[in-house]
Design a protein around this ligand. Structure first.
Ligand code: SAH
Length: 239
């Protein structure tokens, strides 16, 4: 049997590429995203009562990796990329149906004519992610603190301190004014997770890493003392 699903909304997020996105929601609380409802769902009625909830579940399409298909087993980055586990034992993006699940803080709902947007914090979603459904988060039913969690019993340790070069500090201040968002804290939270695969954690490699956030390339490197943010470089026009 086949089912046809169409998105009810789309995400605008600072994460413009996969590399560097936290591996679960809530790890980077400073990440602000907007969910815009698509026609014919962009009616004030569809979100009536949602303002009473502090958090929402979002069901989404892994649109950035969908074309790569799936395999019965995957190597979770959490396990250093060596051990293979069943796809259904992981939260891998490479699934038979490319459907993701995330929980986000609902910071506000804006209704302006047919433009209906949800302001979200803490989501782990790529810019442009299609949203299939929104459901209110119900702590009494959805929070199970005693549950066993296999190979991921706790949040990953935030391994390293993050420092900013003088140039990066100054650029953060400019970007914060431009985007009205606490970009310095966002960068600290993202990098303290160390986006590299876990087998590389703790290694000091002589190279500069980069990820796209908002309208800039964040560049950093690893030193014996931790992670140093080098610059927030404006994107070249052809990228
Ligand atoms: N919380 C989700 C996602 C877990 S996998 C779930 O459990 O289903 C986490 C990874 O999903 C992130 O590191 C990010 O790189 C990736 N991701 C986020 N949005 C995506 C998208 N639209 N397409 C493909 N990958 C995405």
């Amino acid at each position: 049997m086949k089912y046809s699903l169409s998105p009810i909304g789309a995400i605008t997020s600072p994460y413009k590429e996969k590399f560097g996105i936290p591996r679960q929601p809530g790890l980077v609380t400073a990440a602000r995203a907007t969910l815009t409802l698509l026609p014919p769902y962009n009616l004030p009625e569809t979100v009536r009562g949602l303002e009473g909830f502090s958090h929402v579940w979002l069901i989404f399409v892994f649109h950035g990796t969908q074309a790569q298909g799936w395999k019965p087993t995957v190597r979770p980055p959490r396990l250093g990329g060596n051990a293979r586990l069943g796809v259904f034992a992981t939260r891998s993006t490479f699934r038979p149906n490319p459907i993701g699940l995330t929980v986000a803080e609902l910071c506000g709902i804006q209704v302006s004519g047919s433009n209906i947007t949800l302001e979200l914090a803490g989501a782990d979603l790529l810019d442009g992610t299609p949203i299939l459904d929104i459901k209110p988060y119900l702590p009494y039913a959805d929070a199970l603190p005693q549950a066993r969690a296999g190979f991921a019993p706790d949040a990953p340790l935030a391994p390293q301190p993050v420092v900013f070069s003088a140039q990066a500090s100054q650029q953060c201040a400019q970007k914060q004014a431009q985007w009205q968002s606490d970009i310095r804290v966002l960068i600290e939270q993202i990098l303290s997770q160390d986006p590299r695969p876990s087998y590389q954690h703790g290694q000091v490699v002589d190279r500069v890493y980069a990820m796209r956030l908002y309208d800039f390339d964040l560049r950093w490197h690893y030193t014996a003392a931790g992670i140093e943010v080098l610059e927030l470089a404006d994107l070249q026009p052809d990228t």
